[in-house]
Design a protein around this ligand. Structure first.
Ligand code: 5AD
Length: 512
C-alpha cells in the first residue's frame, strides 16, 4: 500500500501543492507552502464526460421524520485530509459539483454544502473529521444545509456515521463518487440521509470536469483501489478493488493537461506500478511512463506510490531513456526485517528490497529515493528494529516518512496479541528520525555548489524568496521575484539544512 501523506489541504484555498507531510520533520517545506498564496485555480473540462457513472439508483434512506428539504444547494466548501489520491479525488469531486452549477466558497460558513474528504490510514488521521464536525452541532443556527463525509472514514464507518454524528446527511466512499451528483439530487428533493458505500465497482471515477488546485503539477489517476492485503493497512477495505484505467484515456488526459498549460504530471495510484492496461494496447507500466513522457509539452513526469513487489528494472530503463521522467522514486519499505515484512504480508524480503535499490542505484542519473516506515508493528523485536535502522543507513534515503504502528479496523493485524507500548513505539520513532536527520544533513551538504533546474512554485514577499522544486523533488529557496513563479530556472545550492536547500540563480530562465 501506500501513498505519500500530505498536510491537510483546504481545497478551496489557493496555493497548497501536495507537499509530503512527514513525521520525520519536513516542517520547513510545508511552512513555505502555506505562505505562498498563489493564484492557482484551474478549472478543466475533460472530453470523457461522465464515462464512469454507473447505472442504478444510489442507496438512500427514506426520511424518518418530516423535516424541511435541503432545497437547492448553491455553494460548497470541501476540506481534504490524507494522501494525494484524496487530494485529487477532491479535485474531481469539485468538478462534479461545479458541473451541476454549484460554486466553491472559501469558508464553511458561506457554504450550503460542506464536505470532508477523510483519511483513516492511522487512528489520529481518522479522528480529525470528528473534531471538525463538532463545530456543527445538530440544529445549531448557521449550520450548512448539508454536511457530507467522503473518503476512507466514510467507507469505514458507513451508516454508523449517522449515529456518531447526526448532523451528517451524506456518507460516501471513494468507490461510489460517480453517484455523488445523484445523492445530492436526492438530498435536494427531500431525502434526509443518503449513502454511497458499495465497494464492488469495476470502474474508475471519471469526471467531465476537474477543478485542479495545483497550478504546476497535475495529478492524473491511472489506477484506483488496492488488492494487496498488507496486514496493517486499511486501504483495501476503504478504497475497494484494484481497477486500472485504459492507456488511451490516460494519454488523452495527459494531452489535455498540456493544452491547459501543465508541464508536470504526477501519475497516481495506491499502488501505481500495479497498473496494467485493460485496453488492447496492453502497455506495461514502464511503457506507459515512456508514452506519457513523450507527450509533446510535458517536461516532468512523476509517479507515486510504487510497491517494491512490482518494481521492475524496466521502470529504471524507462527513466534512463526519458529525461522527462523525474529522477525520484518513492519506494515504501515499512520494515528492514524480513520477519516483520512477512508478518506484514508485504511480499518481499529485506534482500529482495535491497536488490531493487541496487537496480535503481545503477541508473544513469542519480535517482533520489524516499520511503515509508512503520515502527512498533506487533511483535517487532529490538533486533528487528535494528535491521530497519541498518537498512536506512545502507540505502541513504533523501526522505523518510515514518509512523508509529496504529491498529486499524478489519485489518489482519488488528487483533494481534502482541501489541507494543506506545512509549516504546515513540522511542523507536525518535531514534529512527534522528538517524535520518543526520543522513539528510550529510546528503544535502554534499549538494553544495551543485546546480539544479527548478520549477518555481511560489514566492514569499516577506522574505523575497522564491521556492522551486528540482526533478529529484528537492525544495530549494532562493532570492527571486513574483515573476519567477511558473518558470523553470537554474539554481545553484549555497547552503543546506536537513529538510531543504538554499540557493542562488545560476542563469536566466524561460517562462513555461
Ligand atoms: N499504522 C501506521 N502507519 C501506517 N501506514 C499504513 N497503515 C498504517 C498503520 N496501520 C503507513 C505506511 C504507508 C503510509 C502511507 O502510511 O507506511 O506506506
Amino acid at each position: 500500500m501506500g501513498s505519500e501523506l500530505i498536510q491537510i489541504i483546504v481545497a478551496n484555498q489557493p496555493g497548497l501543492p501536495g507537499a509530503p507531510h512527514s513525521s520525520s520533520g519536513a516542517a520547513g517545506e510545508t511552512a513555505n507552502f502555506a505562505a505562498w498564496g498563489l493564484v492557482n485555480e484551474r478549472i478543466t473540462t475533460n472530453g470523457a464526460c461522465g464515462a464512469g457513472s454507473r447505472p442504478g439508483p444510489a442507496n438512500a434512506e427514506q426520511p424518518s421524520e418530516t423535516v424541511a428539504t435541503a432545497g437547492t444547494l448553491k455553494t460548497f466548501y470541501i476540506e481534504t485530509f490524507g494522501c494525494q489520491m484524496n487530494v485529487h479525488d477532491s479535485e474531481k469531486v469539485q468538478g462534479v459539483l461545479m458541473a451541476r452549477g454549484m460554486t466553491p466558497v472559501e469558508n464553511h460558513q458561506d457554504a450550503d454544502l460542506v464536505l470532508y474528504n477523510t483519511c483513516s490510514i492511522r487512528e489520529k488521521a481518522a479522528r480529525k473529521v470528528f473534531s471538525r464536525l463538532g463545530v456543527f452541532r445538530k440544529g445549531r443556527s448557521g449550520a450548512p444545509k448539508v454536511i457530507g463525509v467522503l473518503g476512507c472514514v466514510a467507507q469505514q464507518e458507513g451508516e454508523r456515521f449517522f449515529e456518531r454524528a447526526p448532523q451528517v446527511s451524506l456518507v460516501c466512499g471513494s468507490a461510489s463518487y460517480s453517484k455523488l451528483a445523484e445523492l445530492l439530487d436526492q438530498l435536494e428533493t427531500g431525502k434526509q440521509r443518503v449513502t454511497g458505500l458499495a465497494l464492488d465497482t469495476e470502474e474508475c471515477f471519471e469526471t467531465g470536469m476537474t477543478r485542479r488546485d495545483n497550478p504546476f503539477r497535475a495529478y492524473l489517476t491511472i489506477i484506483e483501489g488496492c488488492d494487496q492485503r498488507c496486514s496493517f493497512c486499511v486501504v483495501p477495505m476503504t478504497r475497494g478493488p484494484e481497477r486500472s484505467r485504459p492507456s488511451d484515456k490516460i494519454l488523452a488526459e495527459a494531452r489535455r493537461l498540456v493544452d491547459q498549460g501543465y508541464t508536470e504530471i504526477q501519475l497516481l495510484g495506491q499502488i501505481v506500478n500495479a497498473w496494467h492496461d485493460p485496453s488492447p494496447a496492453r502497455l506495461s507500466f514502464a511503457e506507459l511512463l515512456s508514452r506519457v513522457a513523450e507527450v509533446p509539452g510535458i517536461r516532468r513526469v512523476r509517479f507515486t506510490t510504487s510497491h517494491p513487489r512490482y518494481f521492475t528494472s524496466d521502470i529504471v530503463q524507462a527513466i534512463d531513456a526519458n529525461p522527462n521522467l523525474c529522477d525520484q522514486i518513492h519506494l515504501p519499505l515499512q520494515s528492514g526485517s524480513t520477519t516483520v515484512l512477512a508478518r506484514m504480508l508485504r511480499g518481499y524480503t529485506r534482500e529482495e528490497y535491497l536488490e531493487k535499490i541496487h537496480c535503481i542505484r545503477k541508473a544513469r542519473r542519480a535517482i533520489s529515493l524516499s520511503t515509508d516506515i512503520i515502527v512498533g508493528f506487533c511483535g517487532e523485536t529490538g533486533e528487528d528494529f535494528e535491521q530497519t535502522l541498518s537498512l536506512i543507513k545502507e540505502v541513504g534515503y533523501d526522505q523518510v516518512f515514518s509512523f508509529k504502528y496504529s491498529p486499524r479496523p478489519n485489518t489482519l493485524a488488528e487483533g494481534s496479541r502482541d501489541p507494543m507500548a506506545e512509549e516504546e513505539k515513540g522511542r523507536r520513532l525518535t531514534e529512527l528520525q534522528e538517524l535520518q536527520r543526520q543522513i539528510q544533513v550529510r546528503r544535502n551538504q554534499a549538494l553544495l555548489g551543485e546546480t539544479f533546474e527548478v520549477l518555481v512554485e511560489g514566492y514569499q514577499a516577506r522574505s523575497g524568496q522564491a521556492v522551486g522544486r528540482s526533478t529529484t523533488n528537492r525544495v530549494i529557496n532562493f532570492p527571486g521575484s513574483p515573476e519567477d513563479v511558473g518558470r523553470y530556472l537554474t539554481v545553484k545550492v549555497t547552503s543546506a539544512g536537513p529538510n531543504s536547500l538554499v540557493g542562488a540563480r545560476a542563469e536566466k530562465g524561460s517562462r513555461v
